[in-house]
Write a protein that binds this ligand. Structure first.
Ligand SMILES: CC(C)(COP(=O)(O)OP(=O)(O)OC[C@H]1O[C@@H](n2cnc3c(N)ncnc32)[C@H](O)[C@@H]1OP(=O)(O)O)[C@@H](O)C(=O)NCCC(=O)NCCS
Length: 369
């Protein structure tokens, strides 16, 4: 349980936001030059929403520090935590009249140091528009490594190339410590709206929604440790695991996660999904029963899903993470026309071990180009 926390650095107080900070944030965030890499400068409504949200967040999942200098808020530093993989995304901003003094680096250093210890993180990553030199230099000064560039990402922000940086715990030279204080309520949000998931048909397969009757089929292929090697699902895999998986699959809002059962000769033999990451982009994931490997079936299923993503869902970018070593899966992505964008080091935990992922993507203009 992480509580809202204050950290002090040489020149700054880093503390939780208060609603009384709205005017300070609006002062700097309404500046069009400051907002060059945002969709637009903040107006009062956006600022109020941002600050109010920062006041109610659960610090178990997300830490947002207001950067206070001489009694005024001049920026923020945030960590969005994924407890399962022990990774977090670092975010930051700083008022333009405070640029060039190393304040953002000072604040980010304190938060990174605190985050590694508080959440037991193994990896902290950050991303920025590849043209945002100031932000890239900040990540470099933190000792982060540039791991890749995501092409044509975050189109809703008018951004094209997103540079990804990361820092592993083993690479961090901790400068020293800080202390926690009081707790706030958390806001749980989950949508279970069941819009129609379109059925997709290929030469040999039908992709459709999961049904309760699929439990035995799922259990039959998922209980195979070789199938599970790179997936990191529970082992041994039980009928109950299959049931939970199907229940979740039935509850997903297809707008957020489109999860299809792969049906081959009337049997549910695998799954494939598109998970929306931002309005223009989604991640792709899949698996198929071992008895069917090597017949081009996943390439067939994934082609249909990628076509659906680009042609029916208006996506600009589809990407996938493949553990280093999962060559058949990498091959599927390459056959789809995906390109390697980088290697995300120590990105996840699979069967108790931290693994590196190869990041692949395909852009709409590459598709059938
Ligand atoms: C990865 C997986 C989905 C591939 O499914 P599939 O239906 O066998 O895929 P395809 O037949 O369309 O293509 C597989 C390709 O990998 C190649 N391949 C197989 N074993 C390989 C190996 N050890 N090294 C390199 N390539 C290999 C195949 O030859 C084929 O390429 P080709 O068509 O050029 O000959 C399937 O193995 C699977 O479900 N694995 C378990 C779950 C998983 O790992 N999911 C992906 C997580 S990132």
């Amino acid at each position: 349980m992480t509580k809202p926390t204050e950290l002090r650095t040489e020149r700054l107080l880093l503390r939780p936001f208060r609603l009384s900070d709205i005017d300070d944030v609006l002062r700097y965030a309404s500046d069009p030059q400051w907002a060059a890499f945002y969709p637009r400068p903040y107006d009062r409504g956006v600022t109020e929403h941002m600050v109010a949200r920062s006041v109610v967040i659960s610090w178990d999942r997300e830490a947002v520090f207001a950067m206070e200098s001489d009694g005024r808020v001049v920026g923020l530093v945030s960590l969005e935590v994924d407890a399962e993989s022990k990774t977090a995304e670092l975010g930051y901003d700083l008022a333009r009249d405070s640029w060039g003094q190393g304040l953002a680096t000072e604040a980010a250093t304190a938060v990174v140091d605190w985050g590694f210890r508080e959440y037991g993180l193994a990896r902290i990553f950050a991303e920025a528009d590849a043209r945002n030199g100031r932000s890239l230099r900040l990540m470099e000064r933190l000792g982060m490594t540039r791991e890749g560039v995501q092409r044509r990402d975050q189109i809703e922000r008018g951004e094209r190339e997103i540079a990804r940086y990361a820092l592993l715990r083993s690479e961090w030279n901790s400068p020293g410590g800080t202390l926690p204080s009081t707790a706030l309520p958390s806001g749980e949000y989950e949508t279970t709206d069941r819009n129609q998931l379109p059925e997709l048909t290929t030469a040999r397969l039908v992709l459709r929604r999961f049904r309760p009757g699929d439990i035995e089929d799922v259990f039959a292929f998922a209980a195979d440790p070789e199938w599970n090697r790179y997936l990191g699902l529970p082992e041994p895999y039980s009928r109950r695991d299959a049931e939970e998986f199907i229940a979740k699959a039935m509850l997903y809002d297809p707008e957020a996660v489109s999860m299809w059962a792969i049906v081959h000769e009337e049997r549910c033999s695998g799954s494939i999904y598109l998970r929306r990451e931002s309005p223009g982009s989604a991640t792709l994931g899949y698996s198929i029963a071992r008895s069917l490997w090597g017949r081009g079936l996943m390439t067939e299923a994934a082609s249909a899903v990628v076509a659906h993503g680009f042609e029916d869902r208006g996506l600009a970018r589809i990407y996938a993470f493949v553990p280093v070593g999962n060559d058949p899966s990498a091959r599927v992505l390459e056959k789809l026309g995906m390109r390697r964008e980088g290697i995300l080091r120590s990105n996840r935990v699979v069967h108790g071990k931290r693994i590196d992922d190869v990041l692949y993507s395909i852009l709409r203009e590459d598709w059938r180009a």
